[in-house]
Ligand binder design. Structure first.
Ligand SMILES: [Zn+2]
Length: 156
């Protein structure tokens, strides 16, 4: 993975609802609906495969924050029952809704940066980011599957 865009700026752009390639165009059309391509640079997004990684990550993060809050407040504070039964579920819901789109954007940005799935084909065709096509061809030959599918949904 020598050439190609760095994963960090690509993920940061995706997190901010920006095209991971140019950072200008918007990545999402609707809440969690990724646009087919970038309105600014034309980079195609439709072949991303974020699948259920974004919700998995969001559940992991929000679950730890809210879970810790429930435990700590239960042990240290004398909060009324109705408070515990309303604030924590509401916080979990709001935090999840706020984090889902940025997280999905970051995952798509990572797939773009790593040349995963359809993003690899774009790079090979030379329409994508500066990469070394020859190097990727070599990678493909040694790396096994080249059809951009992982054979499953990628569930853990
Ligand atoms: Zn773009």
């Amino acid at each position: 993975m020598g050439a190609g865009p760095h994963w960090m700026p690509a993920m940061a752009r995706g997190f901010r609802n920006r095209c991971p390639h140019c950072g200008e165009g918007r990545l999402f059309g609707r809440f969690l609906k990724v646009r087919p391509d970038c309105e600014a640079c034309g980079m195609e997004f439709h072949h991303h495969r974020a699948d259920d990684l974004p919700p998995y990550l969001v559940i992991f993060v929000v679950g730890h924050i809210v879970g810790l809050g429930v435990l700590e407040s239960e042990m240290r504070l004398d909060l009324p029952f109705w408070f515990q039964m309303t604030v924590w579920p509401a916080l979990a819901l709001v935090a999840s809704l706020l984090l889902l789109q940025p997280t999905k954007g970051a995952v798509v940005g990572l797939q773009y940066a790593l040349g995963m799935h359809g993003f690899a084909a774009i790079r090979r065709a030379g329409a994508g980011p500066a990469g070394a096509p020859a190097e990727h061809e070599t990678e493909m030959r040694h790396g096994g599957r080249t059809d951009g599918r992982n054979g499953g949904s990628g569930r853990p």
